[in-house]
Design a protein around this ligand. Structure first.
Ligand code: ATP
Ligand code: MG
Length: 229
């Protein structure tokens, strides 16, 4: 699903990624841990084309976003990015839109869905996330865990094959972290590939098929495996 090879990225003179390699198989949940400032967020942003890298290759769903330092065309990039969902640390919900409106915005704008179809599918997602009763609520009326699930729902509405999360539980207490872990587990059960950055080792072990660590701009395999359940 995702193949990153020899990725290099610098901000000015600061070399952040130094030949990072990572493969994620369809349906696989890979968690990235590692010291602060190691380049985890930069790596995730690069995979989502929010940062440009100097050299290396990034392949998503069999298509090259970046091949040996050369980026695909604008149209190809747009196509590839449709296949990736991204959930940040903050929730980034539209505060003036209710939960349902937050979920249907992108499908209508990007996938050109009719409002009816977008609403139908959004309600299915909200039901799956156990949030159907919050469809009319505004973000300010939700708990942190609920907001985080809405943010996940909004990314899911575009039906990505790869979901990326940057510290999805950093603002949550342990009970709410459990809610997010449950959602991630059931998504992986449905075959979605996921790349998750976290500092929370307990959460990592709960959700991961594989845990890797970002050290000095490279991805290093960690030999810590999740308990099968
Ligand atoms: N826009 C930027 N301009 C310049 N330097 C940056 C920029 N973004 C990140 N960096 C630098 O790149 C390095 C890696 O940052 P990054 O955010 O990827 O780390 P991280 O592993 O996600 O850390 P954390 O665990 O604290 O979130 C840091 O040294 C940071 O200062
Ligand atoms: Mg980070």
């Amino acid at each position: 699903m995702l193949k990153v090879e020899g990725l290099y990225k610098s901000y000015g003179k600061t070399q952040v990624l130094k030949g990072a390699n990572l493969h994620v198989k369809p349906g696989e949940v890979v968690v990235v841990v590692g010291a602060s400032g190691g380049g985890k967020t930069t790596f995730l942003r690069s995979v989502n084309y929010l940062e440009k890298c100097q050299t290396g290759s990034i392949q998503i769903g069999g298509k090259y976003l970046l091949k040996d330092g050369v980026y695909a065309s604008k149209e190809e990039i747009r196509e590839i990015r449709r296949n990736i969902g991204l959930v940040f640390q903050g929730f980034n919900l539209f505060p003036h839109k209710n939960v349902l409106e937050n979920l249907i915005e992108a499908p209508i704008r990007v996938l050109k869905y009719s409002p009816e179809r977008a609403k139908d599918e959004a309600m299915q997602i909200l039901t799956f996330l156990n949030l159907a009763d919050k469809a009319d609520s505004y973000p300010c009326e939700l708990s942190g865990g609920q907001k985080q699930r809405v943010a996940i729902g909004r990314a899911l509405a575009l039906k990505p094959e790869l979901m990326c999360f940057d510290e999805p539980t950093s603002a949550l207490d342990p009970a709410l972290t459990g809610e997010v872990a449950k959602v991630i587990k059931s998504l992986s059960g449905e075959g979605m590939a996921m790349l998750i950055i976290t500092h929370d080792m307990q959460f990592a072990k709960q959700v991961a098929d594989r845990i890797v660590s970002m050290e000095d701009g490279c991805i290093v395999e960690e030999h810590i495996y999740a308990n099968a359940d």
